[in-house]
Design a protein around this ligand. Sequence first.
Ligand code: ATP
Length: 368
Amino acid sequence: RRNIAVMTSGGDAPGMNANVRAIVRTAIFKGCRAFGIYEGYSGLVKGGPEYIREMNWHTVRDWLAEGGTNIGTARCMEFKEKWGRLRACKNMIDAGIDALIVCGGDGSLTGADRFRGEWPELISELLHKQEITQDQYDRYKHLNICGTVGSIDNDMATTDATIGAYSSLARICEAVDYINATANSHQRAFVVEVMGRHCGWLALMAGIATAADWIFIPEKPSSRSEWSSHMCEIVAKHRARGKRTTIVIVAEGAIDASLNPITPDDVKDVLVDKLGLDTRVTTLGHVQRGGPAVAYDRELATLQGVAAVEAILDGTPETPSPMIAIAENKIVRRPLMEAVKLTKSVAQAIADKDFAKAISLRDTEFTE
Ligand code: ATP
């Protein structure tokens, strides 16, 4: 019988609630106790009944479709410090927790793995300082953790989809559909900025799903003279064929060949100056994160929640921390740190302007 806690951390994503619901109910179904850590690592460092609460079957009723995360999320600098993780360790032991499932992005999962790796040292220090008893030390000397990936960006290596990405994509497409109606009426051009941090997945998929005229993604930078002439050539061709609207989607992390950001206003200026189009900029902002989770995210979060509890129950002190992924439509376990390392290498390759390497790393086939 384990006491399993679940936490959401980093940026919120639709489907996180469904993931927490599945984890809580699967844990209870398997005869374990379930706890929710509120406000991410910050709640773990603060501890106590306000932040660490036992969850029962009914606590998570109606959470399946809800957007955001009802147990809260945060960025927590204290957890990056050793003293913060020592407090977190003590708070977990005080609450009787011996396993932790974290739903978050690569930063949150790195934090979880670091916590697990350091756990023997932290718990020994607590024993040495007589903050815990020998019995507690013996009972809690191993911490099991598991990661599920909650992020609208779909930027984690070794998984085909992150929880929340398809909901965000659906919201972007809906917004572009609305924009298209007004653009059509006035024959306007719209430059739409979408989220995704350093990853162009949302912009790319939204471009395909809305038949945008042009997209900008971090993975395919080009010089200003190149992109402006090529984009204008395509847009002019579409207009000449009778298209009344122009939609250009810009990923928030879009960059040019010199690694300078490409902003929606840069794109607007080119469309106005070179083509004389009546052009407006729309930054979708946080609507992309809000609203209910789409069916795919509800399923993914639920199946991965079940798999996360199973992985915890199968875990031994020797097995590396798992991350629950989806690959070729199958829910699978991946070694968490390898997935995080690969994700970071992609970001580094982009920062080093080595785009071919970034793309080939992102396409890396994961082998067991
Ligand atoms: P998103 O993809 O939405 O940005 P993320 O999980 O990558 O999510 P971060 O802000 O990078 O978001 O990390 C969330 C929290 O995880 C941090 O505020 C911090 O508390 C913890 N964390 C991140 N990296 C580490 C680390 N190296 N060591 C300990 N804790 C960390």
